[in-house]
Design a protein around this ligand. Structure first.
Ligand SMILES: NC(=O)c1ccc[n+]([C@@H]2O[C@H](COP(=O)([O-])OP(=O)(O)OC[C@H]3O[C@@H](n4cnc5c(N)ncnc54)[C@H](OP(=O)(O)O)[C@@H]3O)[C@@H](O)[C@H]2O)c1
Length: 322
C-alpha cells in the first residue's frame, strides 16, 4: 500500500490557505491544517475524505511548529496579516514565525517548502512590505530550496478587496469612493485559484521539473493590469451600482486612515496607504505563472460569480427566477 503524502499548511483557515487545502485534498494528500484555533479549521474537513484534513493546533511555539511539520512531504506558509494590532506584529508573524517554520522544515527534513510573500515587497516602503521582504530572506537562509510566491492583490469569493469596495459602494453606504493618491497605482489582480495552483505545481511537480523551481521567487499577477478607476469600473460593471469617485490626495488619505486605524478591523491604515504608493505589478524580468506552466484567469471570468450578490438592479424575485 502506498503511503499518503502529508502536506502541512500554516494559515490554512485563511483566504488563500483554504484554496490550497482544497487542492491538496483533491490530490489525495493528508493535510495538517495548522491553526492557533484548530476548531476554526473544522470547516475544512469536508474538502477531503474522512480523516484526510486534520485540524492541527499550532500556537507558534517551536514545539508546535516542529510537531506540525514532522514527516511532512511539503509545508506551505500562508500566514500573514495586513495590519498590526500590536507593536512589532509584522516582524513577529512575517519574519520570526516564517523563519521558525523554515528552520523546523529544514530540521525535520521536509522535501519542499512553499512560502507566500507579497508582490512589490522589494519596492514598497510600508512596514508590511519591508517585513514580507525580511521574511523572505530569513526563509531563504533557513531553507535555500524554498519556493517563494509573491501574489499581487488576490481576488476570489472571500476576498477583502473587491468585496470591500462593492460593500462600500452599495447605496446604503456611501455614494462616493476615493481614488487614493489620485488613483494611479497599478494592480495586477490574481485569482486565488491560480495562487493555489501555483502552490500545487511547486509542491507536486516531478523532481526534474521541481529543480527549476527550487530556490526561486515567482511573481504572480493576472492577465489584466488596472488602476483604482479600473477596479471601480469592474464593480460598476458587475454590480450595476452607480457611484461617483473623487481624488483623495495622499496626505488626506493618511489623515483618514489615522482615524480608521482605531477600528478593531480597520478599513484602511496609514501603512496600507504607504503600500499603495508603489505599483503592484509583476516585474519584467521576474519568473511568473508562465514559468510554472499556468495560464492565469482573467477578472472578467471570475468577478461576476460573486460580485453579482451586491447587484441592486434585479429584484429578489428576478434573482430567484434567474
Ligand atoms: N489576500 C491578498 O490579497 C494577498 C496579496 C498578497 C499577499 N498575500 C499574502 O498571502 C498570505 C495569506 O493571505 P490571506 O489573504 O489568505 O490572509 P488571511 O485570510 O488573513 O489568513 C491569514 C492566516 O494567518 C493566520 N494568522 C493570522 N494572524 C496570526 C498570528 N498572529 N499568528 C499565527 N497565525 C496567524 C490565520 O490563521 P489562524 O487564525 O487559523 O491561526 C489566518 O488563517 C499572507 O502572507 C499575505 O501577506 C495576500
Amino acid at each position: 500500500m502506498t503511503q499518503q503524502k502529508i502536506a502541512t499548511i500554516f494559515g490554512a483557515t485563511g483566504f488563500i490557505g483554504r484554496y490550497v487545502v482544497q487542492e491538496f485534498a483533491q490530490r489525495g494528500y493528508t493535510i495538517r491544517a495548522a491553526s492557533r484555533t484548530p476548531n476554526k479549521a473544522f470547516f475544512l474537513k469536508p474538502c477531503g475524505n474522512v480523516g484526510q484534513v486534520v485540524p492541527f493546533p499550532c500556537d507558534g511555539s517551536k514545539k508546535d511548529i516542529e510537531a506540525a511539520v514532522k514527516n511532512a512531504d511539503v509545508v506551505v506558509n500562508c500566514v500573514g496579516i495586513l495590519f498590526e494590532k500590536k507593536k512589532d506584529q509584522f516582524t513577529k508573524i512575517h519574519v520570526n514565525l516564517a523563519e521558525q517554520i523554515a528552520k523546523a522544515a529544514s530540521k525535520q527534513g521536509v522535501g519542499r517548502l512553499i512560502h507566500i510573500s507579497a508582490l512589490s515587497c522589494d519596492k514598497a516602503k510600508s512596514k508590511y512590505a519591508k517585513s514580507k521582504l525580511a521574511g523572505e530572506k530569513k526563509v531563504q537562509k533557513a531553507f535555500p530550496d524554498a519556493v517563494i510566491l509573491r501574489p499581487s492583490v488576490v481576488f476570489g469569493a472571500e476576498d477583502n478587496f473587491f468585496n470591500m469596495f462593492a460593500r462600500l459602494a452599495r447605496p446604503s453606504f456611501v455614494c462616493f469612493l476615493p481614488l487614493i493618491g489620485g488613483g494611479e497605482t497599478k494592480f495586477q489582480p490574481v485569482s486565488v485559484s491560480d495562487v493555489a495552483d501555483a502552490v500545487i505545481e511547486a509542491a507536486s511537480a516531478p523532481v526534474g521539473e521541481y529543480k527549476k523551481y527550487a530556490g526561486e521567487v515567482f511573481e504572480l499577477g493576472g492577465p489584466d493590469i488596472i488602476d483604482f478607476k479600473g477596479v471601480y469600473d469592474k464593480i460598476k460593471q458587475f454590480t450595476a451600482i452607480k457611484f461617483c469617485t473623487f481624488p483623495l490626495p495622499w496626505g488626506l488619505a493618511k489623515m483618514n486612515a489615522a482615524v480608521l486605524e482605531v477600528l478593531p478591523k480597520p478599513l484602511l491604515t496609514r501603512d496600507q496607504i504607504e503600500s499603495l504608493k508603489t505599483d503592484n505589478v509583476v516585474a519584467t524580468k521576474a519568473k511568473t505563472f508562465k514559468h510554472l506552466g499556468i495560464e492565469a484567469r482573467s477578472m472578467d471570468s471570475v468577478l461576476p460569480e460573486y460580485l453579482g450578490q451586491y447587484s441592486y438592479k434585479k429584484s429578489r424575485a428576478e434573482q430567484l427566477a434567474a
